[in-house]
Each structure stands twice: as C-alpha cells, then as structure tokens.
Design a binder for this molecule. Sequence first.
Ligand code: ADP
Ligand code: ZN
Ligand code: MG
Length: 489
Amino acid sequence: MSLSDYESVIGLEVHCQLKTRTKAFCACPVVFGAEANSSVCPVCLGYPGVLPVINREMVSLALRVALAAGCEIAPESVFARKNYFYPDLPKGYQISQYDRPLATGGGLTVTTPEGEKFIRLTRIHLEEDAGKSMHEFPWEDVSASSSLVDLNRAGTPLIEIVSEPDLRSGDEAYEYLVKLRRLVRWVDASDGNMEEGSLRCDANVSIRRKGETTLGTKVEIKNLNSIAHVRRAIEHEAARQAESLDKGRPVVQETRLWQPDSQTTRPMRSKEEAMDYRYFPDPDLGTLVVSRDWIDEVRRSLPELPEARGASLASRHGLSPQDAALLTLSRPFADAFERAVSFHPANPKGIANWLLSEILARMSDADRQAGKIPVPAENLASLVSRIDDGTISGKIAKELLALMIDTGKTPDDLITEKGLRQVTDEGLLGDTVRKVVEANPQQVAAYRGGKAAAFGWFVGQVMKATGGKANPAVVNQLLRQALDAPQEG
Ligand code: ADP
Ligand code: ZN
Ligand code: MG
C-alpha cells in the first residue's frame, strides 16, 4: 500500500502562555529574558508551608480564549497536582486541571482545499509552567557536564487547549495553529509567539486505512518550535507509520522528539515508560468558581471576533469575502485598514488592494502577526487618494511607497520633493510622443505594416522619456492619434 491509501488523524495539545503581569499563584512578575532566578519567591520556589493564591487575571484571560472559541465554561472547576520529579519543577508537582477543567467543547474553523472545516476542542484548562533547565551555556567556570536551572518561568500562567482528533493533514494542523494563534492574540490573552515559547504544541498522530472509522495507535510528538515544524513533523510521522505498517510492523504507542536538524523524529519514551502523574485535587486551592456575572463581563469586553469582523468589513466596505478575510490577519491589521479608509472613504477596495499586495509583501512574518504596517494608515490613505485623483500613476506609487517607508515622509511631501507628479498635460506629452515617433521610423513602419505589438513598445519609450511620470491613458490616446492617423500621399 502507499501513503495515499492511508488517512492521517491528528489531535493537537497547545500550551499557551497568558499575558498576565504576575505569575499564576504568587505575585512575582512574569519576565522574559531577565537575569536567571530574579523573579522568584517562596511560593514559586516551592518552599514548605507556603500557600498559592489564584491570579484572577489568569482566569479572565483564559475565559477570553474559551468564550472566543465557543467553549462551555464550567461554573466550578478544580486544580489538581500533576506529580513528577524534574529539576525545573521545585514543588515536585505542577498545578494543573485534570478531570474538572475550566472549559469544554467549542472549536475553530479552518480553511482546507475542500472548504471550511470545524475542528472541535475537547477542553481548555488552566495550569502553571515549569522552570527552564539549561544544558549548554557559554560560561567557562561552569563544568560542561552540569545543568543549570532558571526558575523565572516557574509558575507562569498557561492554558492548555486540547483538540479532538479532527485534523487530517499537516496542512490542516498548520491552518489550525495559525487560526488559534490569531485568536489568542485577537482577544489580547497571549503574545502567541511560538519561537519565544509562549505557544507550544504537541502533536498526536495516527494513521488508518481510508474509510476506516476507528482510530489507529497514536504517537505523540514533542519539541515542535514553529508552526512549520508541526506540519513537517506530522507529514514525516505519518509517512513513517505507513512504512512501518506496510512492513507488517504495528505502530507502537510512544512519545517521539522532533529533531529539526535532521527533520526526523526519534523515540523519547514508550507507553510502558509513560509517567503516572498520580493526579489528585490540590488541597491548597479551593474550587474555582466562575459566576454567570463574570462570564458576562468577560463576554462584553471581547472585541468583535475575526470571522464576524471579516463579514462586517466585507459588507460595510463592499469587499469580497476573500479580501475581507485576509484583512483580518490580525486585529491591528484590520484596524489599520479601517483607519486608512476613514481618511479616504471613497476607495476602500483600493486601500485593501494596497494593504494585501504591496504593503504585505514588505512586512516580515512577525510584523504580519502583529499587524504592524510599515507606514501610518493616514499616509497609506493619501497614497491611494493621490492615485485616485490622477496626481501619480500606479507605477510611480510603488516607488513612492518605498520612499515613504524609507523616509517616513508623507506622500504629498515626497511627490513635491522628488517631482513625482504625473504628467497629464497633452501639450507636453504631445511633444514627447512626436519626438519618439519621429526618431523611430522603422518601428512606425512595422506598426503600420501590421505589427500591433509595436504599440506597446512606443508606450514604453514615452514612459521612459518621461521618467515613468506620463499618464498612461493620455499617452495611449496621443500615440493612437500619431500612429493611426491617416497617411498622407
Ligand atoms: P492521552 O491520554 O495520551 O493524553 P488523550 O485521549 O487525552 O490522550 O488525547 C490527547 C490528544 O491526542 C488529543 O488532542 C486527542 O485529540 C489526540 N488523540 C487521541 N487519540 C488519538 C489518535 N488515535 N490519533 C490521533 N490523535 C489522537
Ligand atoms: Zn513567585
Ligand atoms: Mg490526555
């Protein structure tokens, strides 16, 4: 059998760091890149006799994500201790939620080649992060065989978002993560940055014969540091499982580590070595009660969600659903569009086109996610309005945009300073057209002899002679007059 006789089945477990000011159960500030062990206290260091206190902001941010994803919120949920031993886990357990999570159900819609598809969520629960172990470091006075521990991250608030096994390919998993990242950012709950570890994903992958309805044995893949790696790792793992089955070897349930260098996975632990976490309710923390009022308050504070915003952009500004959806890349990006439209309401379509082509092409991946456009919305609006009122040509506008980005100046200042104004004056252009025609008798003969393509060549020559500033419509008209004029004699 070949890989195409199988279907991949994927469920993702995503850890997402919440953007709180302080940690989940103590008052230590959440820091990134600070001096090691500089943001710690007896609670997050797991000293005996201390008591954790739940951070209300953590719950509010988790509720934002859960409500935005359409989950059911549990009026009461329970914190549990997940027990394991590791140097970066000072208490010897992680506070998490187990059989009574904060939220269940809900889901995200992803776009696939076959159309829109709803990916169900199993649950969203609250937990705290562990610290960080370092096995490689630049310091010569520390023996290379030692490991160092930084506990700044210990106790950082996380949510874990678990999907049902509804995804069917690496591409769908990729789309799901892009949508999920957009959502957690959209509702201001997380930075959603996978490279910095504020979004982390484990992928559960199994395969089965097409048409089969029972699930195959799954393999969990860890160490996926980018959305692109998730896609690659899933594709690689599905192929590995298919090859194994074809050789008559059943898939073994295990956890495997993605190795970015070789783009392969290697076994980490088998089912037999799987940890028994001995979960039990944390006696130090009471039941988490989320009132109807709290839920309503959070719901009211949510911005219009991406899909709804896309639909409203399309209807209010007369855009295609596709363009409107692209404009909801991130909330600041959609905001930039609407801000630009407020300065030049006559042409939302033109503004959308510029944002989605020229502007987007000049944005880094990080800028795209953050919606950071390289020019102020006001200047984008005036760029489009100067094309619309005929001051500049579309071609010049592209050069102008580059200048705007480089200098930060407004289009009007640059048009004056660089003399970019489009030439529409028929007298002026008529002179240029005449000169070009007179200087190229052979091309004129060729055109008149039936070589229609020569017309474009003439347009090009006039454009060149005017430094690209000639109004193309006027040039066309003048050239037609000059070349198509009835011949004398
Ligand atoms: P575990 O008990 O190993 O944690 P769960 O049933 O809690 O497994 O599921 C964890 C994740 O794995 C979920 O995202 C779920 O959708 C996914 N999953 C479960 N079974 C399969 C399977 N057979 N193939 C692919 N993904 C699966
Ligand atoms: Zn602390
Ligand atoms: Mg599980």
